[in-house]
Design a protein around this ligand. Structure first.
Ligand code: SAH
Ligand code: SF4
Ligand code: F3S
Length: 452
């Protein structure tokens, strides 16, 4: 079979990144290899995100650009997958005849077949979602061409994502995810352990478990025969025990489901990395309530305290939304205070954005765009200062790094706390090696170190 090339562009979260890998693996069964250039591709896939209006706009403008590319290369197929496809698929196909296929978030596993079907005149919009959706066992048995072509090929060989659940049942009032990803469904424990074991046996050192709210793993469907209340912490311990796994991470967590048992894993599970992304969203109880987050600032701060007791070296990060409808100056000061109290190692902060179908889109008291921008800038400037101060705490420490890149005169790696470290020395090491170094400089976004 002659090889055809596909080009895939991924927007949004790590779950989407993993979905892109799955599509790549699936397509390799249909004679496709991954290429680096849109201009040479026989198939272009946009794996899209609709979390904020901006993310969606990017997709729409890229589709506009691809229309012109396709005029020159009419055989090129265009496929839209991911969250925008799920929500807006029908509209896209109606308005953009140059799009060949829309693949919803639960339909990616047989994208190869769906392409053939669309070519044969069957449906071009495949976005069915089922409440009782079972995530197929998708063992990474196929060679992924991504490993041969992408710049991040080296990281891909030893650090991988494993999806443990789909969807979300939380309905935070601002969020599209429950609509784009459907009901929350957890994968079977054995499928997850099999996938991790296979990856580790093929040389992978670091695994990140993925879900929109991993803390509620196992709550909506039975995940292990004979154990009706198997929790996320049970899963963590099970995965951590896979022989040869050096580093385990997970993302992302809603504080409302964070148990003491899970927090204690940061003390007890040795290969669980001391790094925790715990999105708080806002530092005002009024706003948290309006967001339907189901925890208070006080409860959140208590969790931070316990986490730091259990694991003093833990590196904490968060997500923040500024300018949620009704957010007053005083509410925003609450968010700034929270930042001062927790002193996150890093954070992702965003201006609130109305999303179709969400409850908050219909809320009154929308905050002025200019006020949102001002608040965001203030938050980010202070976070930058704190990140630098936090990074400075590493100077003088010995840290183990997982090597990601090796060049003739330098090495780049990552600490267990997920900080990037540069060692500007020629070293005889390979990517995927663990190396102990001494941190001697802290920058805003990375650290520098020397060999001991
Ligand atoms: N499941 C995760 C969040 C996933 S979405 C959790 O519950 O924390 C990633 C982040 O995007 C969110 O944490 C939130 O900060 C941001 N976000 C989601 N919807 C948004 C919206 N409508 N406007 C602005 N930011 C939003
Ligand atoms: Fe969205 Fe809330 Fe679900 Fe996170 S927990 S994905 S913010 S609805
Ligand atoms: Fe975006 Fe969908 Fe992820 S909306 S953040 S790609 S779940």
């Amino acid at each position: 079979m002659e090889n055809k090339q596909f080009f895939i562009k991924t927007f949004g979260c790590q779950m989407n990144e993993r979905d892109s890998e799955i599509m790549a693996q699936s397509l390799s069964r249909y004679g496709y290899v991954e290429g680096m250039e849109v201009q040479e591709a026989d198939l272009v896939i946009l794996n899209t995100c609709s979390i904020r209006a901006k993310a969606e706009q990017k997709v729409m403008s890229l589709l506009g650009y691809l229309r012109k590319t396709k005029e020159k290369r009419p055989h090129m197929k265009i496929c839209v997958a991911g969250c925008v496809a799920q929500q807006e698929g029908k509209t896209i196909i109606d308005r953009m005849p140059h799009v060949d296929l829309i693949v919803g978030t639960q339909n990616i596993y047989n994208i190869g077949e769906l392409l053939l079907d669309a070519e044969a005149g069957k449906s071009r919009v495949v976005t069915q979602m089922e409440d009782s959706y079972v995530i197929p066992l998708f063992l990474p048995e196929l060679p992924s061409s991504k490993a041969d072509t992408k710049e991040d090929k080296t990281t891909f060989q030893f650090s991988r994502f494993v999806t443990i659940m789909q969807g979300c049942n939380n309905y935070c009032t601002y969020c599209v995810v429950p609509y784009t990803r459907g009901r929350e469904v957890s994968r079977k424990v054995q499928d997850i352990v099999d996938e991790v074991t296979m990856l580790v046996q093929s040389g992978v050192k670091e695994i990140t478990l993925l879900g929109q709210n991993v803390n509620s793993y196992g709550k909506t469907n039975e995940v292990e025969f004979g154990a009706p209340s198997f929790t996320f912490s049970d899963l963590l311990r099970r995965v951590a025990a896979v022989n040869g796994l050096k580093r385990l991470r997970f993302t992302t967590s809603n504080p409302k489901d964070l148990t003491d048992d899970l927090m204690s894993c940061f003390r007890d599970v040795k290969n669980l990395c001391p790094q925790f992304h715990l999105p708080v969203q806002a530092g005002s109880d009024t706003i948290l309530k309006a967001m339907n987050r189901k925890y208070t600032v006080q409860q959140y701060l208590e969790q931070v305290k316990v986490l730091r007791e259990y694991c003093p070296s833990i590196s904490l990060s968060t997500d923040i939304i500024v300018g949620f409808p009704g957010e007053t100056d005083a509410d925003f000061e609450g968010t700034m205070d929270l930042l001062e109290t927790v002193r996150y190692h890093g954070s992702f902060s965003f201006k609130y954005s109305d999303r179709p179908g969400t409850r908050s889109a219909g809320f009154e008291n929308k905050v002025d765009e200019a006020v949102k921008s001002e608040r965001l800038a203030r938050f980010q400037a202070r976070q930058d200062e704190i990140s630098l101060e936090r990074n400075a705490e590493f100077v003088g420490l010995e840290k183990e790094i997982l090597v990601e890149q090796v060049s003739s005169d330098s090495v780049k790696g990552r600490t267990d706390t997920n900080h990037i470290v540069h060692v500007n020395e020629p070293l005889k090491v390979n990517v995927g090696d663990l190396l102990t170094v001494k941190i001697n400089f802290a920058g805003q976004h990375s650290l520098k170190a020397e060999l001991i």
